[in-house]
Design a protein around this ligand. Structure first.
Ligand code: HEC
Length: 92
Protein backbone atom coordinates (compact mmCIF):
# COMPACT_ATOMS: atom_id res chain seq x y z
CA UNK A 1 0.00 0.00 0.00
CA UNK A 2 2.78 2.34 0.89
CA UNK A 3 4.56 1.78 -2.40
CA UNK A 4 1.29 2.23 -4.24
CA UNK A 5 0.88 5.61 -2.56
CA UNK A 6 4.43 6.41 -3.50
CA UNK A 7 3.76 5.55 -7.12
CA UNK A 8 0.63 7.69 -7.07
CA UNK A 9 2.63 10.56 -5.63
CA UNK A 10 5.13 10.23 -8.45
CA UNK A 11 2.42 10.13 -11.08
CA UNK A 12 0.46 13.02 -9.64
CA UNK A 13 3.20 15.41 -8.68
CA UNK A 14 5.98 14.52 -11.06
CA UNK A 15 8.25 14.57 -8.05
CA UNK A 16 10.01 11.26 -7.78
CA UNK A 17 10.88 12.06 -4.20
CA UNK A 18 10.02 8.67 -2.72
CA UNK A 19 13.42 7.11 -3.24
CA UNK A 20 15.20 10.06 -1.64
CA UNK A 21 17.18 12.75 -3.44
CA UNK A 22 17.25 12.22 -7.18
CA UNK A 23 20.54 12.15 -9.00
CA UNK A 24 21.22 15.07 -11.28
CA UNK A 25 20.35 14.12 -14.88
CA UNK A 26 23.39 13.56 -17.11
CA UNK A 27 25.60 13.57 -14.01
CA UNK A 28 29.27 14.03 -14.81
CA UNK A 29 28.74 15.97 -18.03
CA UNK A 30 29.82 19.62 -18.40
CA UNK A 31 26.17 20.64 -18.73
CA UNK A 32 25.21 18.97 -15.46
CA UNK A 33 28.24 20.59 -13.82
CA UNK A 34 27.14 24.01 -15.10
CA UNK A 35 23.65 23.34 -13.80
CA UNK A 36 25.04 22.43 -10.37
CA UNK A 37 27.32 25.45 -10.29
CA UNK A 38 24.72 27.98 -11.46
CA UNK A 39 21.49 26.69 -9.93
CA UNK A 40 22.51 25.33 -6.55
CA UNK A 41 24.05 28.36 -4.86
CA UNK A 42 20.91 30.13 -3.57
CA UNK A 43 18.67 27.12 -2.96
CA UNK A 44 18.80 23.37 -3.22
CA UNK A 45 19.29 22.21 -6.78
CA UNK A 46 15.82 22.01 -8.33
CA UNK A 47 15.18 18.88 -10.37
CA UNK A 48 14.30 19.82 -13.98
CA UNK A 49 11.21 17.59 -13.66
CA UNK A 50 9.77 20.03 -11.15
CA UNK A 51 8.42 22.02 -14.07
CA UNK A 52 7.09 21.57 -17.57
CA UNK A 53 9.23 22.46 -20.57
CA UNK A 54 7.10 25.49 -21.40
CA UNK A 55 7.52 26.85 -17.86
CA UNK A 56 11.31 26.84 -17.88
CA UNK A 57 12.01 29.87 -20.10
CA UNK A 58 10.07 32.15 -17.76
CA UNK A 59 11.63 30.61 -14.65
CA UNK A 60 15.12 30.83 -16.07
CA UNK A 61 14.57 34.53 -16.89
CA UNK A 62 13.39 35.06 -13.31
CA UNK A 63 16.48 33.30 -11.98
CA UNK A 64 18.69 35.52 -14.11
CA UNK A 65 17.07 38.51 -12.44
CA UNK A 66 17.78 36.98 -9.02
CA UNK A 67 21.41 36.45 -10.05
CA UNK A 68 21.70 40.10 -11.11
CA UNK A 69 20.19 41.24 -7.80
CA UNK A 70 22.80 39.24 -5.92
CA UNK A 71 25.62 40.53 -8.09
CA UNK A 72 26.34 37.09 -9.56
CA UNK A 73 27.86 36.84 -13.02
CA UNK A 74 25.15 36.81 -15.70
CA UNK A 75 24.66 33.75 -17.88
CA UNK A 76 26.26 34.01 -21.29
CA UNK A 77 24.01 33.40 -24.29
CA UNK A 78 25.60 29.99 -24.75
CA UNK A 79 25.21 29.10 -21.09
CA UNK A 80 21.57 30.18 -21.05
CA UNK A 81 20.79 28.09 -24.13
CA UNK A 82 22.63 25.06 -22.77
CA UNK A 83 20.87 25.27 -19.40
CA UNK A 84 17.47 25.83 -21.00
CA UNK A 85 17.95 22.85 -23.34
CA UNK A 86 19.00 20.76 -20.37
CA UNK A 87 16.06 21.82 -18.19
CA UNK A 88 13.57 21.23 -21.00
CA UNK A 89 15.12 17.89 -21.98
CA UNK A 90 14.44 16.61 -18.45
CA UNK A 91 11.28 18.56 -17.76
CA UNK A 92 8.10 16.92 -16.58
C1 HEC B 1 20.82 34.41 -7.04
C2 HEC B 1 20.18 33.31 -6.36
C3 HEC B 1 19.57 32.24 -7.23
C4 HEC B 1 20.18 31.47 -8.19
C5 HEC B 1 21.63 31.49 -8.61
C6 HEC B 1 19.15 30.60 -8.72
N1 HEC B 1 17.97 30.81 -8.07
FE1 HEC B 1 16.24 29.78 -8.34
N2 HEC B 1 15.33 30.89 -6.92
C7 HEC B 1 15.90 31.96 -6.24
C8 HEC B 1 14.91 32.59 -5.39
C9 HEC B 1 15.15 33.78 -4.48
C10 HEC B 1 13.72 31.85 -5.58
C11 HEC B 1 12.34 32.08 -4.89
C12 HEC B 1 11.34 32.66 -5.86
C13 HEC B 1 11.69 34.08 -6.24
O1 HEC B 1 11.77 34.95 -5.36
O2 HEC B 1 11.93 34.31 -7.45
C14 HEC B 1 14.01 30.82 -6.54
C15 HEC B 1 13.11 29.89 -6.98
C16 HEC B 1 13.34 28.93 -7.95
C17 HEC B 1 12.36 28.00 -8.46
C18 HEC B 1 10.89 27.96 -8.09
C19 HEC B 1 10.57 27.18 -6.89
C20 HEC B 1 10.79 25.73 -7.09
O3 HEC B 1 11.56 25.17 -6.29
O4 HEC B 1 10.21 25.12 -8.01
C21 HEC B 1 12.98 27.23 -9.39
C22 HEC B 1 12.39 26.09 -10.19
C23 HEC B 1 14.35 27.70 -9.49
N3 HEC B 1 14.54 28.71 -8.58
C24 HEC B 1 15.27 27.20 -10.37
C25 HEC B 1 16.54 27.72 -10.56
C26 HEC B 1 17.44 27.33 -11.64
C27 HEC B 1 17.13 26.29 -12.71
C28 HEC B 1 18.58 28.04 -11.47
C29 HEC B 1 19.81 28.03 -12.36
C30 HEC B 1 19.62 28.54 -13.70
C31 HEC B 1 18.40 28.88 -10.28
N4 HEC B 1 17.15 28.66 -9.78
C32 HEC B 1 19.37 29.70 -9.75
C33 HEC B 1 17.22 32.34 -6.32
C34 HEC B 1 18.17 31.82 -7.16
Amino acid sequence: MKSLLCLLTILLSGLAACAGPQPVPEAGTPTAAAFEARCGSCHALPHPARHRAEEWPHLLALMERRMAERGLAPLSDGERQRLLDYLQRHAR
